[in-house]
Write a protein that binds this ligand. Structure first.
Ligand SMILES: *Cc1c(COP(=O)(O)O)cnc(C)c1O
Length: 462
């Protein structure tokens, strides 16, 4: 809270100016798009030093690009970190952030309330590579602690999950990470550093899908990994040989020796090994788009947040709506966490349930007809856009999940996800009201209403 009041202005300034030194290049006021694959060396000696990581500079845009560097510095500053890596997508950010921590034969504990793409990555691809992942209910601190093994190398969760918008008890999970001696990695995509600086509550590494609110306009994929500088990899060096043992790519030094005093050994590993070898680089053009988006982050997120809470209150009072999953509402099980962790307001990504009919096919038809009546809110599989977006998780983003996984995630056949945009609030609510009106006018069958009561009781029991 005091960080926020103290630094409200600092945040707004940092989001516009951080990371850019106009003395480079042509003194352009706005970061230039350095659309160049590679950079000309002044001499072979300089090239040799750069390749040996003895000095910092530009070699080739897969590993580092000056426009991407501005983005990295800006997001690092907004999150309070010591270094960052910009990559091609949020998916890439999650992948390289965790690969730099957990090797074959090692283990990760993750919340089961994760973005669908992250669940695929952890339970399919990481399993193929021999990295074991245990999924736990993120609200169950005992489950986090019980899942830790000697081979555990990271804990991973989202600060606000989607579509149900659970707000993580970050301090509780951070305490488990600290006693396990491993970093807590937080996907802060939905909260953004404006609503929550995860570092203040004990996170060690933050990842973003910059595709969403950071960019904010639905034009450019990108991801960022930020080292918050809070985890000491030298406390138990044998656990982290990738940072504390000699590293072939820095002749004669370990990454901790080379970058420990200034910079981030962890980010150096992410860039010089995982981004370099696997290739998920961020383009200069996308970095410039994301930078421009970040310049208005606080203004947009404030509007997103206010609009979304107004929509949630409207939906909560609507007879066709069985339940609204929005942590800003007093009825939410995560309302107390929201007050503690998101004092500036909660995110604009949340869900609501219509009264289910008892038949998945009928529910699909009901939701399809509702979406077909919308004019302002668009059917799009994305979040964090300036536009208001709607999605049906059980037939779209979460369609590959098993019935048990869907139930655990509180996603039913009538669960509808919204990402509320920055349009005029009356237009958004008017659009939803018109689309819901025919349902209100009598499409809720008596049997359906009874089934809905059953589900409601089950949901509120947890
Ligand atoms: C979208 C998203 C991702 C993946 O990001 P992409 O940029 O689409 O690859 C990861 N985590 C969360 C929470 C997301 O919403």
């Amino acid at each position: 809270m005091d960080r926020m009041s103290e630094s409200s202005r600092a945040f707004a300034t940092a989001q516009v100016q951080a990371g850019y030194d106009p003395a480079i290049a042509e003194r352009t006021a706005v970061p230039s798009i350095h659309q160049s694959n590679a950079f000309e060396f002044r001499s072979l000696s300089e090239a040799r030093d750069l390749f040996a990581l003895r000095r910092d500079g530009n070699i080739y845009s897969r590993a580092a690009n000056p426009t991407v560097l501005v983005l990295e510095r800006r997001v690092a500053e907004l999150e309070g970190g010591i270094g960052a890596a910009g990559v091609s997508s949020g998916q890439a950010a999650v992948a390289v952030a965790l690969l730099a921590l957990a090797q074959q034969g090692e283990h990760i504990v993750a919340a089961r309330q994760l973005y669908g793409g992250t669940i695929d990555l952890l339970q399919d691809t990481f399993a193929d590579w021999g990295i074991d992942v245990t999924f736990v209910d993120q609200d169950d601190s005992a489950a986090w602690a019980a899942a830790v093994r000697p081979t555990t190398r990271a804990l991973f969760a989202e600060s606000i999950s989607n579509p149900i918008a659970q707000v993580l008890d970050l301090a509780a999970v951070s305490a488990v990470a600290k006693s396990a001696g491993v970093p807590l990695v937080i996907d802060n995509t939905v909260a953004t550093p404006y609503l929550q600086r995860a570092k203040d509550f004990g996170a060690d590494i933050v990842v973003h899908s910059a595709t969403k609110f950071l960019g904010g306009h639905g034009t450019s994929l990108g991801g960022v990994v930020v080292d918050l500088g809070t985890f000491d990899f030298t406390a138990e060096p044998e656990r982290w040989p990738q940072l504390t043992q000699p590293y072939k790519r820095v002749p004669g030094a370990t990454l901790v020796e080379r970058y420990g005093a200034s910079g981030s050994p962890y980010i150096a590993l992410v860039k010089t090994k995982y981004v370099h070898d696997l290739g998920p680089s961020l383009s200069a053009f996308n970095a410039a788009q994301l930078l421009q988006g970040i310049e208005t982050l606080d203004l947009r997120v404030e509007r997103h947040t206010a609009n979304a809470l107004a929509v949630a209150r409207f939906l909560e009072s609507h007879p066709a709506v069985a339940r609204v999953h929005h942590p800003g509402l007093e009825s939410s099980p995560w309302h107390e966490n929201a007050k503690r962790y998101l004092p500036r307001g909660t995110s604009s990504v949340f869900s609501f349930d219509l009264h289910p009919s008892g038949s998945a096919d009928e529910d699909f038809a009901l939701v399809e007809a509702l979406i077909a009546r919308l004019r302002v809110v668009k059917l799009v599989a994305n979040i964090g856009d300036a536009r208001s977006l709607i999605a049906h998780p059980s037939s779209m983003t979460h369609s590959h999940m098993s019935p048990a996984q869907l139930a655990e995630a509180h996603i039913g056949s009538t669960t509808i996800r919204l990402s509320i945009g920055i349009e005029a609030i009356d237009d958004i609510i008017g659009d939803l009201a018109a689309a819901l009106a025919p349902i209100e006018a009598g499409q809720i069958a008596a049997a359906g209403a009874q089934a809905a009561d059953g589900q409601l009781a089950a949901t509120s029991a947890r």
